[in-house]
Design a protein around this ligand. Structure first.
Ligand code: CAA
Length: 297
């Protein structure tokens, strides 16, 4: 008889969870796993690799260029947490589609937020589920990785890019600043001058520039990106999961010291932009498809 895990793997492999099929209720483990992986609307999950030990998460709001709305992030956090606690998974991949990894936080969703809304709700707090994951997470970036999309990639441990990927922190164009780590993680990846240029201009950089700056570790032809990322995850999966976890913690320690204070500072400024008329004008202009008319207030 097939084991619970092999049945689960089979169903995951077939994307059955996303088709809302009912799981057998006779097996507690299965139900536990199933209930932790409901029918997602904004992401797709799968288990890939020759040993079926790589958790694959695809952001799936193609019409909105995978803009990172709250429901997407709640699902993403849940999927990452589930893979993190599944002993058969060695590494996790987050990817998008050929046009967009993610074009940022959802501007339409936050357009009418106020400063107090953000503070009360702890706006974007769901994103912490990604940084709390003990297993390696690899971002496979094709297309746009902008604003929160670039920040999500930087929350991952390794970034692989397709040769048409475009990275940027264009929040300045809509009257706000990066709010999910962009001002803190980007300088750590690329240094102050380049980070300042990217954040203050809102300009995009291509995959090869990103590789040269150290933001991306490797660039591949678009159609090879996922295959190569899975190979990387499988290679990591040949090592002791315990030591991989400790090695990840150790590297993060070098890189995250003082990051927390910086992130808190960044969040207070990001929230603060929601008290300005220019932030409102910037997001309204984006939604209305026109150029913003900033008034310096
Ligand atoms: N939020 C909400 N919707 C978005 C979006 C976003 N971040 N980015 C794109 N979309 C939507 C567009 O509104 C459009 O929807 P409709 O078809 O309903 O009009 C759809 O996705 C396709 O987008 P475009 O027509 O604009 O596609 P394009 O190819 O002409 O341009 C683009 C692509 C350059 C990425 C452009 O969409 C763009 O500039 N997007 C916004 C990028 C941005 O400013 N990101 C930062 C967001 S703020 C943030 O992320 C804060 C933070 O740090 C947490």
């Amino acid at each position: 008889m097939a084991s619970v895990r092999s049945v689960t793997r089979f169903l995951l492999g077939k994307n059955i969870f996303n088709n809302n099929l009912v799981a057998p209720t006779s097996n507690a483990n299965f139900v536990k796993f199933y209930s932790a992986a409901p029918a997602y609307e904004n992401i797709k999950i799968d288990v890939v690799g020759s040993k079926k030990n790589v958790g694959l998460i695809q952001l799936n709001r193609p019409k909105a260029l995978n803009a990172l709305c709250k429901p997407l992030f709640v699902e993403l956090g849940k999927a990452v947490t589930d893979f993190d606690s599944d002993n058969s998974i060695s590494a996790i991949i987050i990817t998008g589609n050929e046009k967009a990894f993610a074009a940022g936080a959802d501007i339409k969703e936050m357009q009418n937020n106020t400063y107090s809304d953000n503070v009360r709700a702890g706006f974007l707090r769901e994103w912490e589920d990604i940084s709390n994951c003990g297993k390696p997470i690899i971002a496979a970036v094709n297309g746009f990785a902008l604003g929160g999309g670039c920040e999500l990639a930087m929350l991952c441990d390794i970034i692989y890019a397709g040769e048409k990927a475009k990275f940027g922190q264009p929040e300045i164009n809509i009257g706000t600043i990066p709010g999910a780590g962009g001002t803190q993680r980007l300088p750590r990846y690329v240094g102050k001058s380049k980070a300042m240029e990217i954040v203050l201009t809102g300009n995009f950089i291509d995959a090869y520039e990103a590789e040269k700056m150290g933001l991306v570790s490797r660039v591949f032809p678009v159609e090879k990106l996922l295959e190569e990322t899975i190979k990387l995850a499988e290679r990591i999966g040949t090592h002791s999961p315990l030591i991989v976890k400790l090695a990840k913690q150790a590297v993060n320690q070098a890189y995250e010291t003082q990051l927390k204070a910086g992130l808190q500072f960044e969040k207070s400024i990001f929230y603060g932009t929601f008290a300005t008329a220019d932030r409102r004008e910037g997001m309204t202009a984006f939604v209305e498809k026109r150029s913003p008319n900033f008034k310096n207030e």
